[in-house]
Design a protein around this ligand. Structure first.
Ligand code: EPS
Length: 400
């Protein structure tokens, strides 16, 4: 239902996003997009508190201009076109840029050059760079605005950076963790772990290293019935997985308790189905709000793991492709030391996109008015909402 396409290079004039499929009648202004762009830019990386963000973040102040699809402050149903200028571009315009001849292990450099026959590794870098995520975050802020009208909220927190993980958070509700992340430079809901994370980032920066980590994403207020079990690519879990694996440097996606469920006996890995005041209740949420690829009305919980950024000040073994080629060490390119807190916002953006898409698929609607009416019907969960028959039936009549 929804499609988002981005274009533009990391150091080119601008990034562009086109979002198609948004119903008409959603109130939208540039100020609605700005908060997510600002959240994605957290920290300058060069001053305390260290967040590990690239110094580039100090140079850019991302702002998306709406160039199409919105008239008189409301979406029209036409594609929404957004443009974010790259402030850094001024330094690159008209300048001969030194050839990049040594590919960085783990970056797009080598694979992209081989695939597209590039004659300079910088060509792959320009599009593979996570700078592109600014455009995605802008487009998906529109999806967030749509979800807000339906009382669906999406948030995130950082659960791990390098070796440091958050402490036990069982007593802190999911909503409270998401709330705490908003006032933490590293989006960490545990102040003591945050201090250790900052120390670890500082050490990594001094050592010319980079750090990865783990992000928890959550959506609250999601109705049951999004996605479908009937086809592999309609499963909400599959759609979230594909969208989240589309974020630069994401190496694992887990739904609910994810990998840890593999070690449990079957009876302990499920969420009991209970009845309370004629409503179905689930006392636990190991499934992360998705059963058989369909949302079940519980909060959607997804964990994503990000590898450390491939660009390190510390040198890495590679090959110099000049002339006949010889083994060489990588040269430093400006980059983030740790992009985990910033990637959390990109994760939220992709989650907003997938949920808005699944809602539009289930509810349809050319206009927000249609959507709001139909969406109200999704909030079911009472015993009387289902009509289960107790009569036996012949599913497959014997052939005559
Ligand atoms: C990135 C390298 C750095 C990051 C960039 C992602 O850019 P530059 O090479 O210009 O310093 O700052 O991220 C952004 C610019 C951004 O807006 O997120 C990379 O190689 O992926």
């Amino acid at each position: 239902m929804l499609r988002v396409t981005t274009a533009g290079e990391s150091h080119g004039p601008a990034l562009i996003a086109i979002l198609e499929g948004v119903p008409a009648g959603l109130a939208l202004e540039e100020g609605d997009i700005l908060p997510d762009l600002e959240r994605r830019q957290t920290g300058s990386g060069i001053a305390k508190p260290y967040t590990g963000a690239s110094p580039r973040m100090k140079m850019e102040s991302d702002h998306a201009r709406i160039l199409g699809g919105v008239l008189a402050g409301k979406t029209t149903g036409a594609p929404i076109a957004l443009l974010i200028e790259n402030a850094d571009h001024a330094k690159w315009r008209g300048r001969a840029v030194e050839a990049m001849t040594v590919p960085r292990p783990g970056h797009a450099d080598w694979a992209a050059a081989l695939k597209y026959d590039y004659d300079d590794f910088r060509i792959g870098l320009e599009r593979a760079s996570a700078r592109e995520t600014a455009a995605r975050v802008a487009a998906c802020a529109v999806c967030r605005k749509l979800l807000e009208q339906l009382q669906v909220t999406v948030g995130s927190y950082v659960a791990r950076i390098g070796r440091t993980t958050v402490g036990a958070l069982e007593d802190v509700s999911l909503a409270e963790r998401l709330d705490r992340a908003e006032s933490s430079a590293l989006r960490c809901p545990d102040p003591s772990a945050e201090k250790d994370m900052q120390a670890e980032i500082e050490q990594a920066m001094q050592a010319g290293e980079t750090l990865g980590g783990v992000i928890e994403l959550a959506a609250l207020g999601v109705p049951p019935g999004l996605g479908s079990h009937v086809q592999w690519n309609q499963k909400l879990s599959a759609r979230l997985g594909a969208a989240l694996f589309g974020i630069q440097a994401i190496k694992a996606v887990e739904i609910g308790d994810g990998e840890s469920l593999a070690a449990l006996p079957g009876t302990q890995a499920q969420d009991a189905i209970r009845l309370h005041d004629e409503r179905i209740q689930r006392p636990t949420n190991h499934a992360g709000g998705i059963e058989a690829g369909i949302s079940n009305g519980e909060p959607i919980r997804v964990r994503i793991s990000m590898k450390p950024i491939a660009t390190t000040i510390a040198k890495q073994p590679s090959v110099d492709f000049r002339a006949a080629g010889e083994e060489a060490e990588t040269a430093y390119e400006r980059s983030d030391f740790c992009a985990v807190p910033r990637a959390a916002i990109v994760g939220e953006a992709m989650m907003c996109f997938v949920l808005a898409d699944a809602i539009l698929e289930t509810c349809g609607g050319d206009t927000m008015r249609d959507l709001l009416e139909r969406f109200a019907g999704l909030r079911r969960g009472k015993i009387s909402d289902l009509h289960i028959s107790s009569e036996p039936k012949i599913f497959w009549p014997a052939s005559e």
